[in-house]
Design a protein around this ligand. Structure first.
Ligand code: NAG
Ligand code: NAG
Ligand code: NAG
Ligand code: NAG
Ligand code: NAG
Ligand code: NAG
Ligand code: NAG
Ligand code: NAG
Ligand code: NAG
Length: 379
């Protein structure tokens, strides 16, 4: 499929191997966001567009809406809104200004269903997650609710329940996980649970399973993945006190690593034997604090009906340290492929999990002029 025709077809195209795919990558500095093509027949990545944005201090985190028509960008002082153009470019639309003590726009997640509320989290002590409304086109409009934490909290990542009615927050500075309910009709949020994490854990990002039964939490400081059982009616969590290592268990230099990301693979909608609520894998990235040592990549097999972790499939070094990134982004066209960003050596790579799931290997690399943050897939 030609790159230029991809975006208009993205919503309906059957994901098939032997085609090209498109994603955006943000950066920790500068105002450029790039559009990149991956050809899965030749295993090549190519830079298609250097897009100038209004995010002058980098695009630390980018998120697409469900319809893949809008890109939301976290940049110092603002959450910005861009329309995804049919030629793969971005058109600036609007921005939400952040409070003066919460300028560090750090994370965004868009609700998967109407009214498509977007949740944005600045990462500084005491800052709230903002629930931001969008207009019919998906452009950010205004903050309707603050999801508040304690004044010693610093929330780094969030995720939403399958129905977008609960928000899960990983409190890195406050070493906790929080649960808020959110009512999109009234635009109101309420804190319903605070769970202190084990000493020295520091939850960074988390992933709410699409079947509603689990929330998996990355403990940044202890370099572990923790499992929290979710009550699908109340939204409340139970810490199962079970963790998996995100660096080799023999390593005692835990403080030389900082685990960062966990994301589910994306079942392809054309495969009727794999419902969209049954991802095969949870894929994680861990950064090394030294550019001389690699970070780590791991993947977990998930039970098709319960979503429980059945095994840790592998724990292998990434190509380089990851810098501040090593952010994994599972591909929408195959559960075996994922992208990973490295801001220490400035590249984005594609990796492929092998058929038996016991390993993964790099299949393509694209060098970049500066440090990429995270990527989001159009198709
Ligand atoms: C993007 O910018 C880089 C320099 O930063 C340049 O090497 C590359 O050719 C540009 N690519 C496109 C598609 O404009
Ligand atoms: C966004 O950038 C364009 C040029 O790239 C500029 O014309 C416009 O004023 C900027 N808007 C804001 C809100 O900064
Ligand atoms: C993409 O389309 C927009 C209009 O939607 C246009 O302003 C822009 O110049 C185009 N960019 C490229 C790289 O063709
Ligand atoms: C959210 O909190 C900010 C202060 O940090 C306040 O200015 C704003 O009015 C609040 N918004 C809502 C909708 O409560
Ligand atoms: C933090 O919260 C505590 C308890 O609510 C309060 O006593 C303290 O003054 C707050 N500190 C700041 C800096 O707001
Ligand atoms: C979880 O609850 C939602 C409705 O809130 C329902 O659609 C879904 O089927 C439930 N899932 C399970 C596994 O019970
Ligand atoms: C996890 O440990 C805490 C603290 O020891 C305990 O209260 C809780 O019941 C444990 N959870 C489970 C599922 O056993
Ligand atoms: C951590 O320790 C292991 C085992 O000694 C060593 O191979 C690795 O390079 C160290 N990592 C860092 C980031 O220093
Ligand atoms: C569909 O999903 C099943 C179960 O995960 C898998 O075994 C099968 O290979 C998939 N088929 C395709 C075409 O991807």
């Amino acid at each position: 499929m030609a790159f230029l025709s991809i975006l208009s077809l993205a919503a309906f195209a059957a994901p098939v191997l032997g085609e090209t795919h498109y994603f955006f990558s943000g950066f920790f500095s500068g105002s450029t966001i790039v559009g990149v093509e991956f050809d899965d027949a030749t295993d090549t990545l190519s830079l298609k567009q250097n897009i100038s944005t209004n995010a002058s201090s980098g695009s630390k985190w980018i998120a697409l809406d469900k319809r893949k028509q809008n890109l939301y960008v976290g940049t110092t002082g603002y959450f910005q809104s861009y329309a995804v153009a049919s030629n793969g470019s971005l058109e600036y639309k609007n921005q939400i200004a952040l409070p003066s003590n919460c300028q560090n726009a750090n994370f965004l997640r868009a609700a998967s269903a109407s009214p498509y509320v977007v949740f944005g989290t600045p990462y500084s002590t005491g800052c709230s997650t903002q629930a931001i409304t969008v207009d019919e086109s998906g452009t950010l409009q205004s903050t309707v609710a603050n999801l508040t934490y304690s004044n010693s909290s610093g929330v780094h990542g969030i995720d939403l329940s399958p129905n977008n009615d609960f928000v899960y927050s990983a409190d890195d500075m406050g070493n906790a996980v929080w649960v808020h309910s959110f009512d999109a009709t009234t635009g109101t949020a309420e804190e319903i649970q605070y769970l202190a994490a084990p000493t020295g854990a520091n939850p960074r990002h988390l992933a709410a399973h699409p079947n509603g039964q689990w929330v998996y939490v990355v403990y940044e400081e202890s370099n572990q993945l923790a499992t929290y059982k979710r009550n699908n009616e109340t939204g409340l969590l139970t810490d199962m006190n079970t963790t998996y290592p995100l660096i080799p268990e023999t390593y005692t230099n835990t403080s030389s690593y900082w685990a960062d990301e966990a994301m589910f693979s994306l079942p392809t909608t054309t495969n009727s034997s794999t419902p969209s609520t049954s991802p095969k894998y949870l894929i994680t990235g861990t950064r090394s604090r030294s550019t001389l040592s690699p970070g780590y990549i791991s993947a977990f097999a998930l039970d098709a009906s319960t979503g429980a972790i059945t095994s840790q499939l592998f724990l292998i070094p990434s190509s380089a340290s990851g810098g501040s990134a090593n952010a994994v982004a599972p591909a929408p066209f195959s559960e075996e492929y994922f992208a990973i960003t490295d801001s220490g050596a400035n590249f984005v790579e594609m990796w492929k999990i092998d058929g038996s799931g016991v390993g993964a290997e790099k299949v393509a690399r694209l060098g970049l002029g500066s440090g990429p943050a995270n990527v989001v897939w159009i198709d």
